[in-house]
Design a protein around this ligand. Structure first.
Ligand SMILES: Cc1ncc(COP(=O)(O)O)c(C=O)c1O
Length: 354
C-alpha cells in the first residue's frame, strides 16, 4: 500500500506523473529509446526543455513580461552564491528567517557586502519579522518565502523599489502571488516539482549585466539564457518530471486550483493542532506555513505511543527537523486532503486514548 507521504523533501509527487516518468525511462513516447539514453540535443529533449520552461512562466503568469526560466544544477544551495555573483555589486540585504536564509546570507558574504536587514533568530525562527527598514541603496533584497524547517511562510511581501530575490524552494506553485513583484525566483525541484537534481530559476532579464566582476560561465545566468538552459548537459530526467508535474498542475486548473486544496489541508491540520490539548503549534499563528506544519507533543511521554500510531496508519516522514524537534507535516501540492485527514484522525485517536 502506498504510504501517506509527509516527507519534507524529496517528497510526494503526483501518482500519474510517477507513472508517466517511469514509462519514459523505459521508452519515451514510442521512439524506441529511453528518455535517459537520448541526446539532450535531440529534438525530443529540446521540446521537453522548452515546454518545461514555458509552463513555468505560464503558471506564474510571467509570460511576455521579460522573464526567462532556467533549469540549472547544483540545487537551491548553488543559487546562494550564484545569485550574488550575478547581482551583488555594492550591497545586498537579507531577511533572515531560518536555516536556508542564513545559508544564503553566509554565501553572499563571500562574494560581497551582504547585510541582514532583520532576523527572527532570537525566537528560533518561529515568526516572520515585519515592518523592518529596507535600505534604498540595496542591489537586491533576498527573502525565503517559506521556511521548510521552522514552518513559517511570508504572507505579505514587503513593498519596495529594491529588486526582490526570493527562494521559493518549498512553496513555489502552491499559492497565487503577483510573481511579477519578484525579479529573481529560484526553487529546488524536490518539493513541488520533481526529483532532486534541478533548480528552477526565473529571472527578469533586465536585472542582469550590471555587475563589474567576471563571472565563470557555469555561474553566469546570461550564459545559460543565451543557450536556452542547455549550456551544458541538463539533468534530463528531473527536467522531464518537472515538465510533467507542471502539466499536471495546469490541467487541474493551475495555481488557483491547487491553492484551494492547500488551504483546506492547512486548515484541517492547524485546527486539530489548536483544538487537541495534547499538541502545540511551533510557528506564530499569523505566519504559519501552508506547506510545512510544525508541532510538538506537550507531554513527551506520549511520543512512543503517537509514533507507533502514525506509523501503523501508513504515515511516512512526520519527524520534525532536529532544530525544532517534534513533528513536521509537509503538505506539498501532491499530498491529498485525504492523507491529511488520516493524520488528523490519528491525532484525535491519541487524545481519546490518552
Ligand atoms: C527553502 C529552502 N531553500 C534551500 C534549500 C536547499 O536546497 P538544495 O538541497 O536543493 O540545495 C532547501 C532544502 O530543503 C529549502 O527548503
Amino acid at each position: 500500500m502506498k504510504k501517506h507521504n509527509f516527507s519534507a523533501g524529496p517528497c510526494i509527487l503526483p501518482a500519474e506523473v510517477m507513472k508517466k516518468a517511469s514509462d519514459a525511462v523505459l521508452e519515451l513516447d514510442g521512439i524506441g529509446l529511453s528518455l535517459i539514453e537520448i541526446s539532450h540535443r535531440s529534438k525530443e529533449f529540446v521540446a521537453i526543455m522548452e515546454k518545461a520552461r514555458s509552463l513555468a512562466l505560464e503558471l506564474l503568469g510571467l509570460e511576455g513580461k521579460g522573464y526567462q526560466a532556467l533549469y540549472l544544477q547544483g540545487g537551491a544551495s548553488l543559487q546562494f552564491p550564484m545569485l550574488a555573483y550575478n547581482l551583488l555589486e555594492n550591497k545586498a540585504g537579507y531577511l533572515n528567517t531560518g536555516t536556508w536564509s542564513s545559508n544564503a546570507l553566509k554565501e553572499a558574504k563571500i562574494i560581497g557586502n551582504a547585510v541582514e536587514v532583520a532576523s527572527s533568530k532570537d525566537k528560533n525562527f518561529n515568526f516572520i519579522p515585519k515592518g523592518f527598514d529596507i535600505p534604498a541603496d540595496l542591489d537586491y533584497l533576498h527573502l525565503t518565502s517559506n521556511n521548510t524547517i521552522f514552518g513559517t511562510q511570508i504572507k505579505d511581501f514587503p513593498s519596495t523599489n529594491v529588486p526582490l530575490v526570493c527562494d521559493m524552494s518549498s512553496d513555489i506553485f502552491s499559492r497565487q502571488l503577483d510573481f511579477s513583484k519578484f525579479d529573481l525566483i529560484y526553487a529546488g525541484a524536490q518539493k513541488n516539482m520533481g526529483p532532486a537534481g534541478t533548480t528552477l530559476v526565473v529571472i527578469k532579464e533586465d536585472l542582469l549585466g550590471k555587475v563589474t566582476r567576471k563571472i565563470p560561465s557555469m555561474l553566469n545566468y546570461q550564459v545559460h539564457i543565451g543557450k536556452d538552459s542547455m549550456f551544458n548537459t541538463p539533468a534530463v530526467f528531473p527536467v522531464y518530471v518537472c515538465m510533467l508535474t507542471l502539466q499536471w498542475l495546469k490541467d487541474m486548473g493551475g495555481i488557483a486550483a491547487i491553492e484551494e486544496i492547500n488551504e483546506k489541508k492547512a486548515k484541517l491540520i492547524y485546527s486539530e493542532i489548536d483544538l487537541n490539548p495534547l499538541f502545540q503549534g511551533f510557528a506564530a499563528k499569523e505566519d504559519r506555513s501552508n506547506m510545512n506544519a510544525t508541532f510538538t507533543l506537550k507531554d513527551e511521554k506520549l511520543k512512543d505511543t503517537f509514533d507507533a500510531m502514525w506509523k501503523e496508519a501508513g504515515i511516512n516522514g512526520l519527524n520534525g527537523h532536529r532544530s525544532v524537534g517534534g513533528y513536521r507535516a509537509s503538505m506539498y501540492n501532491a499530498l491529498t486532503l485525504e492523507s491529511v485527514g488520516v493524520l488528523v484522525d490519528v491525532m484525535s485517536d491519541l487524545e481519546r486514548k490518552a
